[in-house]
Design a protein around this ligand. Structure first.
Ligand SMILES: C[S@@+](CC[C@H](N)C(=O)[O-])C[C@H]1O[C@@H](n2cnc3c(N)ncnc32)[C@H](O)[C@@H]1O
Length: 261
């Protein structure tokens, strides 16, 4: 039933989403043409996708400590790494989008909620070496595999903090002081998503970018996305269906776009 609702929401998105031709504002036009519609296939991306292919073949298992709204696909406690890699990690298209956003806007302090096996973390980290990616994960066994993956790809600008976001997020924000990019990809529920957004906002600046995963995953996530879009601190929001991108820049006019990706 949930899958059917998601398909219905996607069709609705597909029918109303706009292309670059409807982007009048220079900032949005630049985002669409230089960030969204570009291709990334350099050696970093190739290495991350090779790692994904290896993980997708792995019959090794991990004991899942489930904190969030879980998965539509598999809620077993012991899962094969290949199943986690196939069902939890952002796919190549969105991983590369994270890579291009990071390369283009050059955020220094990046926070990720939801490491899993570290695929999206690697896209964020490999985009610019000068950034520091602070990634939070509650499941010790998946975090351990992620750590091994960072080592394999020599991603030195990453650090994993283990524990429930409820216990780790505030102290991590306190430690990093200012947040330049936040990728929220864990615990896909309405109240928690709003709560993470509000907490992160306190450490944001005019250039901070938020990327929310799965903003149409459920009715609750759509409510959270509406809350974020109408928040007084947000200006430009871009709905790409599987992720929502949020800018706070006060010089931009407050507008919500649904863009084809
Ligand atoms: C969708 S996966 C992240 C995928 C990853 N960003 C990627 O694309 O490669 C979400 C992760 O968030 C973690 N998580 C969910 N809720 C959490 C919570 N409240 N505290 C800590 N970790 C949580 C889960 O254990 C899971 O590994």
């Amino acid at each position: 039933m949930k899958a059917l609702q998601l398909i219905f929401r996607y069709i609705k998105y597909f029918l109303i989403a706009k292309t670059k031709h409807s982007a009048q504002a220079p900032f949005l036009y630049e985002f669409i043409t230089i960030v969204l519609n570009k291709k990334s296939d350099d050696q970093n991306c190739k290495n991350i996708e090779q790692l994904r292919r290896d993980l997708c073949k792995s019959d090794d298992t991990v004991k899942i400590t489930d904190f969030g709204a879980g998965s539509h696909v598999n809620n077993n406690k012991i899962r094969k790494i290949k199943d986690v890699a196939k069902n939890s990690a952002k796919n190549s298209k969105f991983g590369k989008l994270l890579y291009r956003i990071t390369q283009f806007y050059k955020p220094k302090n990046i926070l990720e909620l939801g490491t899993s096996l570290g695929i999206s973390t690697l896209y964020l980290a490999k985009a610019i070496k000068e950034s520091q990616v602070h990634t939070l994960e509650g499941c010790p066994e998946t975090a351990k595999v992620a750590q091994q993956n960072f080592k394999k790809l020599n991603a030195k600008n990453t650090s994993i903090t283990l524990g429930d976001f409820n216990n780790t997020l505030e102290s991590k924000l306190e430690e990093i002081k200012t947040l330049d990019l936040a990728f929220i990809d864990g615990n896909h529920q309405e109240k928690t998503t709003i709560n993470y957004f509000e907490k992160c906002l306190k450490y944001s600046n005019n250039d901070t970018i938020f990327i929310f995963d799965d903003v149409h995953w459920s009715e609750g996530m759509e409510n959270a996305w509406n809350y974020i879009k109408t928040h007084q601190k947000t200006t430009l929001t871009i709905d790409l269906f599987f992720v929502g991108v949020v800018f706070l820049k006060s010089e931009l006019s407050k507008e919500n776009f649904i863009i084809k990706f």
